[in-house]
Design a protein around this ligand. Structure first.
Ligand SMILES: Cc1cc2nc3c(=O)[nH]c(=O)nc-3n(C[C@H](O)[C@H](O)[C@H](O)COP(=O)(O)OP(=O)(O)OC[C@H]3O[C@@H](n4cnc5c(N)ncnc54)[C@H](O)[C@@H]3O)c2cc1C
Length: 443
């Protein structure tokens, strides 16, 4: 009987347990699979995903998923091929949770309840006889010295775990699926990084990602609460000699907050901010095009038309049809023009300067909001430490990793959960199918 323990009952851990137990059934190998979850229930983070609706994957072809991965896309070639978006959809539907596709090919349960995604996974876990141990927090991973036949191979192997309450559990294979550091209230508080560090596994510094961005300009506060649709956001790195490198560019929705910027466009841009911060590049600029559907010349003509129709009015009273109300005093302030200036006195240069402001409204990035607000953690266990075909840690025999604890992250759209499903699937299957050996840890 092969004894497999999974640490963490989140998306990756549940999938790893399902995969290990299914592989046992498929191959006729006897297996006992146990999930150790510190919370009172499984999938606390999955429950809050997609604003409680769980965007569980995306409907685009699997080969297009790689463009959506920010960190270490090549590492995922095997995992994405082994367990695809269709595989998780099939699992859901086989367990009675129908799914639907929405804008941006995002897949949700038809019910709009993330609990139905967790329900489907739990039903599968129960059918496969996986033992679920809630309220069970792992304190330490125990390893034993190992004499690898390969000189470059691991010199330690997994023996088991020690729990917070002092109990010791032995196992033949261990799957580490403790998640990242974001939204720590859901249980993902970075324990996996501590375990890894203690075992000599290299880590990449962690940063909050898919998170609101703070800006240096104090005047951004004046726009607090303003939501913009159909704007274009460009994130650039300012280089020596006044050169700029564009890191991210997209159209969509965003929102101003007391600290800076948030909303879908901004969250996506934040992943690229985190990447630059990890390289110690901090000179980053966000520029907003408030009218991306119009060229500079078209917008200038449009503004001119407004001016012609409002010739004798104050500048501040001439823009109502062009801009949201709260944006008008803000832009006028930035333009340096008087709000009381009569429209017919505004020069061509001043008008063009104002058009430029609408097409290129700039903010300097000062930082990222914290892990408490981050959808994902960037950084974590270095992928070079892990075999991408099996998810086994190269330095520790029989230790597998899956999910957000790894240095893997993607943009929004269901891609992060697919990373958890795919890596969880590979880790579970490999944990069962690798050579069976008994551990030496006493109960
Ligand atoms: C607000 C929010 C919304 C999101 N929405 C989406 C979305 O719609 N689509 C999408 O693709 N992604 C979304 N994500 C990201 C997605 O939730 C994660 O990528 C995914 O949950 C990672 O899965 P995981 O199993 O690696 O980690 P987690 O889901 O974090 O699971 C880790 C588990 O390990 C447990 N654990 C940790 N340490 C220990 C320990 N020492 N002992 C025992 N148990 C332990 C934790 O309690 C936790 O249950 C969202 C994230 C957030 C925060």
């Amino acid at each position: 009987m092969k004894n497999i323990i999974v640490i963490g009952g989140g998306a990756a851990g549940m999938m790893a347990a399902i995969s290990a137990a299914s592989a046992g059934l498929e191959t006729g190998r006897e297996v006992s699979v146990k999930i150790l979850e510190k919370n009172e229930k499984l999938g606390k983070k999955v429950f809050i995903t997609g604003k409680g609706r769980c965007n569980l994957t995306n409907g685009i072809p699997m080969e297009d998923f790689f463009d959506k991965v920010i960190s270490n896309k090549k590492f995922l070639y095997g995992a994405f091929a082994s367990f695809t978006n269709q595989d998780i959809i099939d699992l859901m539907e086989e367990e009675g949770t129908k799914v639907k596709e929405e804008r941006g090919n995002r897949i949700f349960p038809v019910s709009d309840h993330s609990s139905d995604v967790i329900g489907a996974l739990k039903r599968r876990l129960n059918k496969l006889g996986v033992e679920i141990c809630n309220h069970t927090c792992v304190k330490e991973i125990v390893t034993l010295p190992y004499d690898s036949p390969d000189a470059k191979g691991p010199c330690q192997k997994v023996a088991g775990v020690i729990l917070e309450d002092g109990r010791k559990l032995s196992c033949d294979s261990l799957i580490l699926a403790t998640g990242g550091k974001s939204y720590p209230v859901t249980g993902s508080s970075g324990d996996g990084y501590r375990f890894a560090k203690k075992l000599g596994i290299e880590l990449v510094d962690t940063y909050p990602a898919l998170v609101p961005i703070t800006v240096k300009e104090e005047d951004a506060k004046d726009l607090q609460g303003l939501a913009l649709k159909n704007v274009e956001l460009k994130l650039s790195l300012l280089k020596a000699g006044g050169k700029e490198k564009i890191l991210y560019e997209n159209r969509g929705e965003m929102l101003f907050a007391h600290f800076g910027l948030t909303g879908p466009l901004v969250l996506s841009a934040s992943s690229y901010v985190a990447k630059e911060f990890s390289r110690d590049h901090r000179d980053l600029k966000i520029s907003l095009d408030l009218k991306p559907a119009l060229s500079f010349e078209q917008l200038d003509k449009r503004l001119l038309r407004e001016f012609e129709e409002n010739q004798n009015r104050n500048f501040s009273n001439s823009l109502d049809r062009l801009l949201p109300k709260t944006m008008i005093p803000f832009l006028i302030e930035r333009s340096g023009l008087s709000p009381y200036k009569k429209v017919n006195l505004i020069t061509k240069e001043e008008r063009e300067g104002f058009v430029d402001l609408m097409k290129n409204l700039c903010f300097s990035v000062s930082g990222l909001r914290g892990f408490n607000e981050a959808i994902i953690t960037q950084g974590g266990i270095k992928v070079k430490e892990v075999n991408p075909k099996t998810m086994e840690v190269k330095k520790v025999k029989d230790l597998y990793v899956a999910g957000e604890v790894l240095d893997l992250d993607a943009v929004t759209g269901g891609f992060n959960l697919q990373i958890a499903w795919s890596t969880g699937y590979v880790a579970g299957r490999s944990a069962l199918l690798s050579d069976q050996e008994e551990s030496g840890l006493d109960e």
